[in-house]
Design a protein. Sequence first.
Length: 447
Amino acid sequence: QSLASLIGGAPHSSSVKRLVSLVRPGAVSPGLDASGSGSVSGEKLVKQLVKRLRRPELVKALERAVSEASPHSGCVTAAVAQGDPEPGHVTACRLWRWPDLQSAQELRPLENCQMPYTARTQTELCVNPQHYTRLPLCSPAQDPVLVCRPGTPAGSSGVGMGSASSAGGPADDPNAASPSVSIGSGVGLYYVNGEVHVECLSDSPIFVQSPNGNLRQNWHAATVCRIPPGCNLCVFSNADFGSQLRQSAQQGFDEVYALTKMCTIRIAFVKGWGSDYRRQLVTATPCWIEVHLNGPLLWLDQVLAAIGSPTYVSIGSGVGLYYVNGEVHVECLSDSPIFVQSPNGNLRQNWHAATVCRIPPGCNLCVFSNADFGSQLRQSAQQGFDEVYALTKMCTIRIAFVKGWGSDYRRQLVTATPCWRGAPERAAALAGPGAGSSPTYVCSSMS
């Protein structure tokens, strides 16, 4: 079938030729053509896009929009097919505006666009390249609100909407080079106009999993995105999260609480994980961090408190963290027991590292000791990078309210409990000696 017949006759072939002549140099598809021999040419991409327009007048409208390069031109709608390798507006923007464009994540529609791209499930969208603006790539020269460095948990100072906690695991190959060699400057997190962006400052790609960002792109929540050096990705949007929160609030407590998963971003360096890799869990990668967005979590707490539920009401005053003489103590201030998992505290008691301790109301437990950790650190330093890095697991305390988890309960993971928190030890230590005094009734693993 000829191109002329596809667009309604030969008179419009001049518009197609004009569109091909206006293609920016280097504007080719990053994928392979049908024969698998190489990248798709600009001319072929133009013809593929024209097929989606369906009506002849739309071809003329697209030619006029590209020629005039005016954001005030009208919308040019194209059909969306499920088998399309990428949305049509991405192809158009790469052809006539930004040849190095990688994905829809870099584009935002203008306010005057009537049919902007919002999800792959829509049947039509505007492919006028002048109706989209490109998000600027974050560069190291910008002032970051949060920069996570390898081996150092990121602090909360200067963070507009959240703070970060980190954890990690040792490299799976003891003979391999240290992960820090390839990590370079790590990763930058930037808060821009209500959105959180992650930029790869590393010498190697980083791998990011963001349920909120994935939902925005209509991807599966568990999708792991590979970000090459120098590129960035929007991983959280206040507007999107606010919309989800409003909808969930109408459905009840459980729906709102499920949004806590949207407030966590996982980042792995050098090596990826998930269905496309041999590592299925982020904890199996050589180096990884987990970022918790405390601002959105506080919004959830406010909504949950307003809705109320038997579990939430039973939490009462929650939990108290006290720093006393180089030790961190956890006290149950709740009306129901709390359940605590502390690898450092478990080692001190000669328990298994995964032991979960039940703490009744009014009782407390020592969950971290600077002296014990210092001793472990000195011993590990003599054994090399991997042994030291493995100690990051000792710096996180997990706490669940009302319901427990582990081998003695039907819930095997802390994330399956109705309400839980992960507390970095450093956050507890920041409370300082003046935060309070430790109660005298001490809890044991059998309490």
